[in-house]
Design a protein around this ligand. Structure first.
Ligand SMILES: NC(=O)C1=CN([C@@H]2O[C@H](COP(=O)(O)OP(=O)(O)OC[C@H]3O[C@@H](n4cnc5c(N)ncnc54)[C@H](OP(=O)(O)O)[C@@H]3O)[C@@H](O)[C@H]2O)C=CC1
Ligand SMILES: Nc1nc(O)c(N)c(N[C@@H]2O[C@H](COP(=O)(O)O)[C@@H](O)[C@H]2O)n1
Length: 342
């Protein structure tokens, strides 16, 4: 049942190394990196497109696809006019088709323009773990990771807790993978606003000690928006940093997640929030959602891996069965995504 080559620590470390080295590789080499892929299978990117495989009419109502000429992109590829499409040297792969299917499935779970909307989304192992401490842990397959970036595209703000900010040094921007994301997002200037829940304003000391902060680099290199650090009013201190704003929130509101996001949306240009973690934030949200159903969409990627008892666990402090409603499952090459809405 367990393939040691594909599960286990070595694989996870390998995936971490893959992730770390991706940016240094040429596009050709990057295509070979397919986390969780069965390496015995021939590479799927070489498949020839069967004209009947893709029904373009399916995409015609998607504002994202139509607004960025992606239907034209797809047509060009299908018509074998690939020379018209920059940076693209393959036909539509099976992986890309899966991604398109995933994107179409999540369309019913996306925020409606201008609606206040809260999405909670994360990737977990079979043992409900979401990562190792101080080690950015890839869990999602490249397809489901791309789906996450597609989701990011549809939200105004992306939220993580302070520990995730410290431990992962995340980018929290829109990243475009080879092939598929080029179809969908390449021409977009959309930027999502990173929001860090930092009640005690620990960022104040962190910036004195650390210079390599991805959120800062992204902002300075125009690869990301200015971050918002959200702190308790009682802990507020002024910070003079170009790449971040601090928003102080009344102490009595801060730990009520529903009220917190409402408070932020009334003061910042953010209507839709995509909360990615970490475990404390997720658990707290699930606990509060039991009484006050404020999570509009819950999207969990489940990868066929175990991370073991040292990893950080999602498990809300509830004492009864908590079921999800309006559930759909989408299957990728290796991962499964569970989608649920209010
Ligand atoms: N697989 C995935 O999809 C994801 C995985 N992760 C992983 O999660 C791990 C971090 O999780 P975890 O350690 O739980 O930390 P979190 O990222 O959840 O941050 C916790 C901190 O956030 C602050 N905080 C603000 N509001 C709240 C609130 N309402 N409830 C709880 N805390 C709040 C607290 O700061 P203070 O202590 O100052 O009060 C708390 O210590 C990392 O290993 C990261 O890799 C993270 C995101 C997604
Ligand atoms: N969807 C998803 N899959 C995984 O495997 C993950 N490890 C995460 N982690 C979250 O993504 C953040 C990193 O974002 P960038 O790629 O740096 O933009 C990380 O901090 C977690 O929030 N998510």
């Amino acid at each position: 049942m367990f393939n040691k080559k594909k599960t286990g620590k070595n694989k996870i470390l390998q995936l971490q190394q893959d992730e770390d080295h991706k940016k240094d590789l040429t596009p050709k080499k990057r295509k070979l990196i397919i986390p969780h892929e069965d390496h015995k299978k021939p590479p799927v990117t070489q498949n020839t497109t069967n004209y009947n495989d893709i029904d373009l009419s399916k995409y015609s109502n998607d504002p994202l696809l139509t607004s960025t000429n992606n239907v034209t992109f797809l047509k060009q590829i299908l018509d074998d006019k690939r020379h018209l499409v920059s940076n693209l040297d393959t036909t539509i792969s099976d992986e890309d088709k899966i991604i398109v299917r995933m994107m179409l499935s999540i369309k019913n779970f996306l925020p409606k323009p201008d609606d206040f909307h809260i999405t909670l989304t994360y990737a977990q192992s079979l043992d409900s773990k979401i990562g190792y401490r101080f080690k950015k842990t890839p869990i999602s397959h490249i397809e489901t990771k791309q789906m996450t970036h597609f989701l990011r595209y549809h939200h105004d703000g992306i939220v993580v807790g302070y520990n995730t900010f410290i431990e992962d040094n995340p980018n929290l921007n829109l990243k475009f993978y080879e092939d598929t994301m080029n179809f969908f997002l390449k021409k977009s200037n959309k930027k999502i606003i990173p929001i860090i829940l930092d009640p005690k304003m620990k960022i104040k000391n962190h910036i004195k000690e650390k210079t390599n902060i991805n959120l800062k680099n992204n902002y300075l290199n125009e690869k990301g928006s200015k971050a918002i650090f959200v702190c308790l009013e009682s802990c507020f201190e002024k910070i003079d940093e170009q790449w971040l704003d601090v928003l102080s929130v009344p102490d009595e509101i801060y730990y009520n997640m529903h009220e917190l996001f409402r408070y932020i949306s009334e003061r910042k240009p953010i209507k839709s929030f995509m909360i990615e973690g970490g475990a404390s934030i997720i658990n707290h949200m699930l606990e509060q959602n039991e009484k006050d159903e404020f999570i509009d969409t819950l999207i969990i990627t489940i990868a066929p891996i175990f991370l073991g008892d040292k990893a950080v666990q999602v498990s809300p402090g509830i004492n009864k069965k908590l079921g999800l409603r309006n559930v759909e499952w989408v299957k990728g090459t290796t991962d499964t995504v569970i989608l649920s809405k209010k």
